[in-house]
Design a protein around this ligand. Structure first.
Ligand SMILES: [Zn+2]
Length: 664
């Protein structure tokens, strides 16, 4: 008994901490994202053209970056080999992205080629016209100081504890500030070699596997990294300092394993060992949810770098030094970046407008980890912490040069909500199998929202376009008002749900309805899609409370309003009033009162006793009702002039018929 009581106490405290941590975390991520947004904005000012048409004529298959870095001079010199297949006939010119801060010394393709480097574009005149399928190979020799944009460089020279730290963060458009490429996330190179020469005291972390380290006669070292999985340009990175290195092992399948490496500042070694101990358990869990870790023949790594955030460089996340504390405060960042290895790196958005396929998914993966560790309540608390505002823009970014939209809370937080809602609409089995199917179908390629929708529809077995239209392409959220009443005779609960949002159109959603009765809880699902919609719910006892979406599966505002007739307004008698006006021409109104709820039938007859129209049929709660008749019969035709009769029944009680006169 004592032990049990103690356990309850511990659970309660943990739940409170869980909530506080999630909310805290989101205040912090807002700051980080803001920093990223400002950086992107500065960079965008410098981005004068989209990837040139001539680059779209190429399918890049391979990059080799050979970089020599001088930390004291903050100087970079490079030779980059680009191999690509011509997608057109008569290709005479290739235009690459390379910012003007880098000075090009030579472009070769067997022979030296002429080129024009202007407006952050490098246009190379080929030695001859290339045909479809022909392989173009260019070697660009260049050097310069990486460009600062708003105080931030995609290729950054900094220090920690007096030692140089050189690191990159190219997302979204920064890769060409330090290497020439076709900077289009949808053209993944099949493989990339990153070969970097640095002072002998420094270690280079990069993508893929470390094949070799050579010590040069001048005391420098050259690191040979090889990424053999397809990769987008913004995911290519280096992080260089006097790293302390420790490793863990991810075991999978039948006795197979993959190294998990951590490159950290020596002064942070013990804190990092504590914080990063969650990485392998996360790899294991995400592999069960999303499919096996995608780059399993290489590695997963995290390399510390001097920034407040983190970046999901392929197989080698860059992780902000401010996040390494030794107290697991930022486990959610570890999870966010790791999940990007599936959502972002394995499957990359085809256009930046679909960036929620990266960021919404990674944010949602944070919540999935919290569910794994803390259970259902922790999961819902985490999801609730994403509900930070009205979300006045759409999750889909219509104008991807609008950086405020590209890195908005909507993309991250509402993006995560989209997946949370989709999970409940589809059900866990269909939803999680769709996530795996999506990763399999688009592995090492690119995808759009529509690609993801199609995979979800196949898994769910029904159309889901309505869902994506309203939640990804639409703005805001539904605002519900509901009221309910119960028939004391039949226990039938009559529920009215209204959508009262004025900022956007109507939403279609399945809503969980939980009715508390004196004989227990009963849960229903109603599909709500109208401005005002009535639902009848048969429960087995006297209802004391009705809640809509009690577990928070729908992003919404909701309020319960009093039923149309308040308790003290319940009519005392069952009365059918004379219609008004009478005689009438265009239309007339019939009023009646119900002292209790029940099945009401109000039917109109002609003088021959034939039924002309049913004006009401079905359950109604106690109250006063007015129904308008427009002179049209059940056949849709205007009825002729003459006398008509109307008659009402409440359950089995009928009232005397009344007479009305239609005059034309
Ligand atoms: Zn992210």
């Amino acid at each position: 008994m004592r032990h049990g009581g103690c356990l309850v106490g511990i659970v309660a405290v943990l739940c409170v901490l869980g909530t506080a941590r999630a909310q805290d975390a989101h205040r912090e991520i807002i700051k980080m994202e803001r920093a990223r947004f400002l950086r992107a904005k500065d960079r965008l000012k410098l981005r004068q053209m989209a990837t040139a048409t001539s680059a779209r004529d190429l399918d890049v298959t391979y990059y080799r970056l050979e970089l020599a870095i001088d930390p004291s001079a903050k100087q970079l010199s490079g030779e980059v080999t680009i191999r690509a297949v011509s997608l057109v006939d008569d290709l005479q010119e290739v235009t690459l992205d390379l910012f003007n801060n880098m000075a090009v010394a030579e472009v070769r393709s067997g022979q030296s080629l002429s080129y024009l480097h202007k407006s952050n574009k490098l246009t190379v005149t080929l030695s001859h016209a290339y045909g479809v399928g022909e392989i173009v190979e260019l070697r660009v020799v260049y050097a310069g100081q990486p460009m600062l944009a708003g105080g931030f460089a995609s290729f950054d020279f900094d220090t920690h504890a007096g030692k140089p730290i050189i690191s990159t963060l190219s997302e979204p458009f920064g890769a060409p500030t330090w290497w020439p490429c076709k900077d289009d996330p949808a053209d993944k190179a099949d493989s990339v070699d990153v070969v970097v020469t640095v002072p002998g005291s420094l270690f280079v972390a990069s993508n893929g596997r470390l094949l070799d380290v050579a010590t040069n006669p001048d005391g420098t070292k050259t690191y040979f990294w090889a990424e053999r999985y397809p990769i987008s340009t913004y995911l290519v990175s280096v992080a260089i300092t006097n790293y302390a290195i420790f490793s863990d092992t991810f075991r999978y399948g039948d006795g197979q394993s993959m190294p998990v490496d951590f490159f950290v500042y020596p002064e942070h070694l013990s804190a990092a060992q504590e914080d990063f101990s969650v990485t392998v358990p996360m790899l294991e869990y995400y592999s069960t949810l999303f499919g096996l870790y995608p780059f399993v023949k290489e590695k997963y790594a995290m390399a510390e770098f001097p920034w407040a955030g983190a970046m999901e460089h392929q197989t080698c996340t860059s992780y902000g030094s401010g996040l390494v504390r030794g107290d697991h405060r930022y486990d959610w960042v570890v999870g966010h970046e790791l999940s990007h290895q599936w959502f972002g790196d394995l499957v990359t958005m085809k256009f930046w407008s679909h960036i929620w396929l990266n960021e919404g998914f990674a944010s949602y993966a944070e919540a999935l980890w919290s569910e794994h560790v803390g259970g259902e309540e922790a999961y819902h608390n985490y999801i609730d912490s994403f509900d930070l505002g009205p979300f006045p823009t759409s999750v889909f970014v219509y104008d991807s040069t609008d950086v405020a939209a590209l890195f908005s809370r909507t993309v991250y937080d509402k993006g995560a909500w989209v997946l949370h809602m989709l999970r409940h609409v589809m059900g866990d089995d269909a939803f999680f199998s769709a996530l795996q199917q999506y990763n399999q179908t688009y592995a090492f390629r690119n995808a759009t929202t529509e690609n993801f929708r199609d995979v979800c529809e196949a898994s769910y077995g029904h159309d889901l376009d309505w869902f994506f239209q309203q939640w990804v392409y639409g703005k805001f959220r539904p605002s519900y008002q509901y009221s309910w009443a119960q028939s004391s005779a039949t226990h039938l609960v009559s529920l009215k749900v209204k959508q009262v949002q004025s900022s956007t159109g109507l939403f279609k959603m399945p809503l969980d309805v939980r009715v508390s009765t004196d004989s227990g809880l009963q849960t229903f699902v109603v599909w709500d899609s109208l401005a005002s919609q009535d639902f009848q719910l048969q429960v087995s006892g006297a209802a004391t409370d009705v809640q809509i979406d009690p577990d928070g599966w729908v992003l919404k505002e909701i309020e319960q309003v009093p039923t149309a007739v308040a308790e003290n307004d319940v009519p005392e008698q069952f009365v059918l009033f004379q219609n008004f006006p009478n005689p009438f021409n265009a239309g007339t109104e019939i009023t009646y009162t119900l002292p209790r709820g029940g099945v009401v039938k109000l039917i109109l007859y002609n003088v021959l006793g034939q039924e002309v129209r049913t004006l009401q049929s079905g359950f109604q709660p106690a109250g006063r009702y007015t129904i308008r008749w427009d002179g049209v019969g059940a056949d849709g035709r205007l009825q002729p002039s003459g006398v008509y009769f109307y008659r009402i029944k409440l359950d089995n009680t009928a009232l005397p018929v009344r007479k009305m006169l239609l005059l034309k």
